[in-house]
Design a protein around this ligand. Sequence first.
Ligand SMILES: [Zn+2]
Length: 384
Amino acid sequence: MFFKNIIGQQEVKERLIQTVKDGRISHAQLFFGAEGSGSLALALAYAQFINCENHTETDSCGVCPSCSKFKKLIHPDLHFVFPVVKTKKFDQPVSDNFLTEWRSYVLSNTYHNLTNWLPFLGAENQQGAIFANESQEIIKKLSLQTFEAEYKIMIIWMAEKMNIQAANKLLKIIEEPPSKTLFLLISEQSEEILKTILSRCQPVKIPKINEKDIFEHLTNVHQIPEQEARDITHLSNGNFLKTQQLLAQRNADSENPDKQYFSLFTQWMRNCYSVKIVEILKWVDEIADLGRERQKFFIEYALKMIRECFVLRLTPEINTQIGYLGKDELEFSKRFANFIHEKNITQFSNEFDNAYAHIERNGYAKIIFTDLSLKVVKLLKINN
Ligand SMILES: [Zn+2]
């Protein structure tokens, strides 16, 4: 892990690097911060930097023998403890039982949390804990000579998940570790860590990621338009895992434009049904901004929905089974089907076809959709 791969956190990075330059690396440090702020990544970048044979002013070199192993998390002097679960194979599990899974999880993303880790363990409803027998493993490993590196580093991720016996057994070694041994504890809820452990660690506060840093990342790296980047930044609240979730959502939406059309369609039909003229005109403004091709797609989509409603009304069981419609669409259509019947279906079809043709012939979208909306208002008033 490189410092440069971690978004923002400039002050923390500088402070950590300074401890190495000054040769005053505390032997036990607690990185604590909220989810998605990059605590584990910072600890990994710090560990790599400390043992790098040729680091620059701001980062490790990435190519020396130490860095090559740190990057893959396979350095013999880099140790990990993390929450695990009991499985059929391991009824007294320790972290080393899951090292392969752990490496693939950690390397799969720069940001980590327990919820995303548990599936790698094959855990379904279990919580994940650091069990008592883990302490023996830790003590055993740290009593060995370092293999290659200057510092032996023990990273304990989600230290608040350490059970009390495990924590108690570690007190002594955390207070007086063998020379050139470094404990890096990482926690999202440090208030849940045993006080006696806390008092033995130097606290390193990892703040939430700065809004400006997330915004710049979104616009520069992901090329998100400014307004949208501002919205995503705001919703992320300094948690980059949340940012990633919002980005994934955004991609899913753009791969599935029907979702956007569905929302436009239901809004439109509701406003037309209730004859909310102001709302209808706002809606027309919105659709006028979509551009001609998407307006044509929308009309096709709306016509498909109207026809589905008509069929659904005639044969509710069959359509539910065939499932042409998505779940939300089906729910809406079941209710809306009451308004589409023999006395208006043909007119609906004709009006939508006309609107489509006008759009195609470069008609003025606002007029076409206002006109179409008023027709829909009337058609929805026709009783069966
Ligand atoms: Zn290096």
